[in-house]
Each structure stands twice: as structure tokens, then as C-alpha cells.
Design a binder for this molecule. Structure first.
Ligand code: CTP
Ligand code: MG
Length: 225
């Protein structure tokens, strides 16, 4: 079973309101993108690590060398376009599986990634890391109209792990059909293919707004000890 990692890292980080894209913010000694790539580089089962980088990115080329399996590919307008570009760049020598992981999630733990891959390969089904919703969830606009039962609600995390061909087909047709795609699983669901939910640690946060930075720095430091 050949496995290639895809790391979407072509966003501008508008919600972070920082001068550089958020993946280049330095936390606990190195940039968020370096933390993420160093973690994936510990997985010997990956044959290649494709990183989607914007064509006007002025930072990636200056990062220190991390691993010889890392290759740059052009990002696209939306996250899904970046992932599809990376998938299409693999078409000549397609892997069996792809592991898609946000650059903005440097806190993922290796044990969770291993479990996701093992369980999906054993079941021969794609799947995602996800964590059960913990808060009481309200529906409403200015006032709460309803408390939503949360027993079957999950927060989708990454990595998301799918057969190469199934994901490439699902993502290309979903995008052609104008379907809103926020993660790989949403394209697979739209294509009526299975998405296994594999419970992962909820501290695998996507660094998104300024208030995420202190928590992420603290957790990264803790992981390094
Ligand atoms: N991403 C990408 N290509 C895009 C948009 C996003 O590769 N056109 C990547 C981001 O770099 C990030 C991941 O997808 O690692 C998750 O996206 P998100 O957290 O939304 O990052 P941004 O789009 O950069 O942030 P924002 O939405 O606040 O602008
Ligand atoms: Mg975004």
C-alpha cells in the first residue's frame, strides 16, 4: 500500500490578521508549517509529501531543509483547489492512498495518524480523525431557538485519509458541480462513498485566530519535552 501525504499550505490566513500567512508564524522555535512537516516526516510509510504553496508565496523557499520526500506544488484559489492540484500532480504515478493534513494543524499526534491509517486500510474504507462535540450546541441567530442533540455530532479534524482514485474523482466532480467543499470528507460524502470516523485528540486544533496562538505554543512546547 503506497501512501502520499498532501499538505494544503496555500492559504492567506485572513482570520489571523497577521502580516504573513499564518503558517509562517513562529511558535516554540519554528514556523507552524515546519512543525507540521517535521511531524509528517516522522512517518516512514509516506513515499512523498506534497505541499501546496501559493505561487506568490515569498517564504517557503527560505525554510530550512526538513525531509527529502517534501515536494512543492502550486496551490489554488480555495483549499479544495489546492488539494486537487496536489492530487493531479500525482496522476502519473498514483499512490494507493492519500493522507491530507492542514498545514495549520501542527499539534496532531503521530499515534492518532497511525491509528487512522491502520483502521482505514484494515476496513478498506476512507476516514477522518474527528472528535465528539463537547459543548452544548445552540441553534439561532440573535436568540437561541433550540438546543441541538449532540450525541451524533463530531468535529472534523485532519488528517483525512482516502483512496487516491476515489478522492480525485469525488473532488473533481464535486468542484465541477459547484458543491461547497470544506474538507475531503465532504466531497466523498457527496460521491456517496464511506467516511469512517476515527476518534482523535481534540487538542489537534486548527490554528485560525490570534487567540489560538498562545495555546498552540504551549502545547507545542509541551510535546517537545
Ligand atoms: N489552504 C490552501 N489553499 C487555499 C486556502 C487554504 O492550501 N486556497 C490551506 C491553508 O493554508 C491551511 C488549510 O488549508 O493550512 C486550512 O485552511 P484555513 O485554516 O481556512 O487557512 P486560511 O484559508 O489560510 O485561513 P483563512 O480562512 O482565515 O483565510
Ligand atoms: Mg480558509
Amino acid at each position: 500500500q503506497t501512501i502520499t501525504a498532501i499538505v494544503p499550505a496555500a492559504g492567506v490566513g485572513s482570520r489571523m490578521q497577521h502580516s504573513a500567512p499564518k503558517q509562517y508564524i513562529e511558535l516554540a522555535g519554528k514556523t507552524i508549517l515546519e512543525h507540521t512537516l517535521s511531524k509528517l516526516a516522522e512517518l516512514n510509510e509516506l513515499n512523498t509529501i506534497k505541499v501546496a504553496i501559493s505561487d506568490d508565496d515569498g517564504y517557503f523557499a527560505d525554510l530550512p531543509h526538513i525531509d527529502k520526500r517534501i515536494e512543492r506544488v502550486s496551490g489554488g484559489k480555495e483549499r479544495a483547489d489546492s488539494v486537487l492540484n496536489a492530487l493531479l500532480s500525482l496522476a502519473d504515478n498514483p499512490p494507493d492512498w492519500v493522507l491530507v493534513h492542514d498545514a495549520a494543524r501542527p499539534l496532531v499526534c503521530l499515534a492518532d495518524i497511525q491509528r487512522l491509517m491502520t483502521e482505514c486500510i484494515a476496513a478498506n474504507e476512507g476516514g477522518i480523525l474527528a472528535s465528539k462535540v463537547k459543548d452544548t450546541i445552540k441553534r439561532g441567530h440573535t436568540h437561541s431557538e433550540q438546543t441541538v442533540p449532540r450525541d451524533d455530532l463530531w468535529q472534523a479534524l485532519t488528517p483525512q485519509f482516502f483512496p487516491y482514485q476515489a478522492l480525485t474523482n469525488a473532488l473533481s466532480s464535486a468542484l465541477k458541480n459547484g458543491v461547497t467543499i470544506t474538507d475531503e470528507a465532504s466531497a466523498i460524502e457527496w460521491a456517496k462513498q464511506p467516511v469512517k470516523l476515527v476518534a482523535g485528540r481534540s487538542d489537534n486544533i486548527k490554528i485560525t485566530t490570534p487567540e489560538d496562538l498562545d495555546l498552540a505554543a504551549f502545547l507545542l512546547q509541551k510535546q517537545q519535552n
